[in-house]
Design a protein around this ligand. Structure first.
Ligand code: WT7
Length: 656
């Protein structure tokens, strides 16, 4: 790893203060109030979190708030305290006036498929299914793999595991059988919960076949529970495979909660990283639940009667933290959507916002850019006036997309929350607060309470204002993953050994003179041009700010003189064709926006980018394509959403 700082050249001067009327009713009403709470939280984090932990219900109190062994990268929050995550998400609301409040509003891919679960109804479903798991021999500490589409049974499965102390490991239903197999084997799951199939844009896609392929090799799974979702023909293995609906039919109605230690594992979630075997991030019961509940309430400024919608899949951490655990622990109403943004028409998201009068909408920049590309007539045709707060997560949101989100979706009335965090961090780390923060498009702004970001260069030196460096976090916080399943050594070396005593995020960032934090992308994506280290995110943002461009990815290619040169992949607005004139115009635009040092040496137009299933561009693959590598050398492409894109990209490679 190089010690050099990352240069940051992009300048953004627009400012959006919070709406004064809105701020009056929000939890954190001004930047001064934010600063006061922040200072207090940082002065004594254990005292700060211990105070908030009383917002959860505990069966018995903790022995110690926080312990940390730096050398071993081991720490605990609320050790000895006993609680249950499912109890905190359901039972305690059922024992309150929220009993008949909608907990989950589920919208199926078909418009007429819709289910509303009150807290009481959800609890009843969870208790029965928890008994089914028990009847298959699942107990405290056992692993349960879940491979389901975005149907209510997915949420019910997670909560049922939490109820009996089993550890869930959700595998996104878009993953291949190989990916599923690896994730089952790594944590030795006893049970797999899956379904016959799933719907995607009007088509039925087989899941059970993929599950069967994975199970052929697996030695650990003894029972499979199958949801009858699409009604497709499937083969059932006698003695191993059981139908969900038949099992719950015969199950007892009530199931007591297991008393869990705050430090007991709640779930494992695999994150692929750019190379190597997937990492099973381990999240615990007390700290994770507290962190997701608190960030959910304060960041989204959730009020009792609000309807909250996070569009992520429950197969990702965003779904775990902000469809399920955070919202339900806070007693919220959470929308869960089975379909895709563009089916049956490109206004599906806006239709759902209109239908349920959604107040808070949380999505990813890739979705925002693709909807921007489809034209304003789609959102303009729907009533979006219920929206109060708009969130973004997953990658840097470039100012162009930010402005579109603000104007076309929010009509200038909604705060845009650019929330930076990771699978490992459990919840929001750097984010605006809607009533307090003056926004700058493209900046994730300030740290959440109790979080101390440090931007580091030269081993352990803090960067000056506007100097880009490695984004690290001082000291563990309650929501941080405790280890990687079965590989604590890898946890230590990946996150704690790079910068002494600090959590290493792997992202680059800079803090401006007013303390705003700007993310510069993964440090592996930094391009070194003639001795200048440039973050890919900034050049991409400049490209996307050109009116003809909707998506851009830049990667380094070897260059005799400069060391590395910039190669750009660019997707144009629907209906436009790229030519040399446009190439010249884009080069000129980037030189103007970022500076001559960031001039792309080559620009390749493409209608599609190689993306992971969660919508992240796989720059690792683009780098190899740009450098002229053979298709065979591209490495693992099995997690790509659209593998066909590779051949097209190779065929259309351009010379520098
Ligand atoms: C990586 C984490 C956190 C849930 C979804 C992704 C990038 C995430 C932002 C943001 C700039 C962002 C980072 C981070 N990222 N949010 N607001 N601005 N970059 O979880 O798959 O673990 O990915 O996503 O590079 O390290 P994940």
């Amino acid at each position: 790893m190089s010690d050099d700082k990352i240069e940051s050249i992009l300048e953004e001067t627009r400012r959006f203060p919070p709406n004064a009327d809105y701020a009056k009713g929000s939890y954190v009403k001004s930047i001064d109030e934010y600063k006061a709470i922040y200072e207090e939280s940082i002065a004594d984090p254990p005292a700060f979190w211990a105070n908030l932990a009383t917002n959860l219900e505990w069966f018995s109190p903790w022995d110690t708030v926080f312990e940390w062994d730096r050398d071993e990268a081991r720490f605990s929050w609320f050790k000895g305290g006993k609680l249950n995550a499912c109890y905190n998400c359901l039972d305690r609301h059922v024992n309150s006036p929220r009993r008949n409040k909608a907990a989950i509003i589920w919208q199926g891919e078909r418009e007429d498929a819709m289910k509303v679960y009150t807290y009481q109804q959800l609890l009843s479903e969870v208790e029965r299914f928890a008994n089914v798991l028990k009847s298959k021999g699942v107990g405290k500490g056992d692993r349960v793999s879940i491979y389901l589409p975005m149907i209510p049974e997915l949420a019910i499965s997670l909560l049922a595991c939490a109820r009996i102390g089993a550890i869930h490991s959700v595998v996104f239903a878009g993953f291949s059988s190989e990916a599923l197999y690896n994730r089952i084997e790594d944590c030795d799951s006893k049970i797999l919960i899956t379904s016959d199939g799933t719907y995607r844009a009007g088509k039925t896609i087989d899941l059970k076949g993929k599950a069967d392929e994975a199970l052929e090799k697996s030695k650990s799974v003894t029972s499979v529970i199958m949801v009858n979702n699409t009604g497709s023909e499937v083969s059932m293995t006698a003695g191993r495979d059981f139908w969900w609906h038949e099992e719950v039919e015969n199950a007892d109605l009530t199931c007591p909660c297991e008393e869990m230690d705050a430090e007991d594992t709640l779930f494992i979630l695999y994150t692929s990283g750019s190379t190597g075997k997937p990492k099973g991030v381990v999240h615990t019961t007390g700290g994770y639940l507290l962190f997701t509940m608190e960030t959910f309430k304060n960041v989204f400024d959730y009020k009792e009667e609000d309807v909250f919608w996070c569009t992520a899949d429950l197969g990702w951490i965003t779904g775990h933290s902000y469809i399920l655990y955070g919202p339900l622990a806070a007693g919220a109403t959470s929308v869960m959507f089975e379909g895709v943004p563009t089916y049956p028409k490109p206004d599906r998201y806006w239709h759902i916002v209109e239908k349920f009068r959604v107040n808070t909408f949380y999505t990813a920049p890739t979705a925002i850019r693709s909807m921007m590309r489809l034209g304003d007539e789609w959102p303009n045709g729907r009533d979006l006036s219920s929206l109060k707060v708009l969130g973004s997560v997953g990658e840097p949101i470039n100012p162009e997309a930010w402005m579109w989100y603000y104007n076309v979706i929010g009509h200038g009335n909604c705060a845009i929350l650019d929330t930076w965090w990771q699978t490992e961090t459990g919840g929001h780390m750097i984010t605006p607060l809607p009533g307090a923060t003056t926004l700058k498009p493209g900046s994730a702004t300030f740290p959440y309470f109790g979080i101390e970001p440090k931007i580091i260069k030269n081993e352990n030196e803090e960067c000056a204002a506007n100097e880009g460096g490695f984004l690290c976090i001082d000291k563990p916080w309650p929501g941080l993953g405790r280890t990687l399943w079965g590989d604590h050594e890898r946890y230590k070396t990946t996150y704690w050994n790079n910068i002494k005593g600090k959590y290493f995020s792997g992202d680059g960032a800079r803090r401006d003179e007013e303390g705003y934090i700007w993310l510069l992308g993964r440090v592996d994506d930094v391009i070194s041009v003639a001795g200048h280290r440039i973050g890919a995110a900034e050049v991409e943002s400049a490209l996307v700010s050109h009116t003809d461009v909707t998506e851009a990815a830049v990667v380094p290619v070897p260059h005799d003189i400069k060391g590395e040169a910039i190669y750009a992949f660019v997707t144009l607005r629907e209906g436009l064709e790229g030519d040399d004139d446009l190439r010249k115009a884009l080069v000129k635009h980037v030189r103007h926006e970022v500076g001559p040092i960031a001039t792309p040496g080559a620009i390749q137009f493409t209608d599609m980018m190689p993306k992971t299933r969660s919508g992240k561009i796989m720059r690792r693959i683009l780098r190899k394509i740009a450098s002229g590598d053979t298709p065979e050398s591209l490495g693992d492409t099995s997690t790509l959403a659209d593998p066909e894109v590779i051949d097209l990209l190779i065929a259309n490679r351009v010379k520098q």
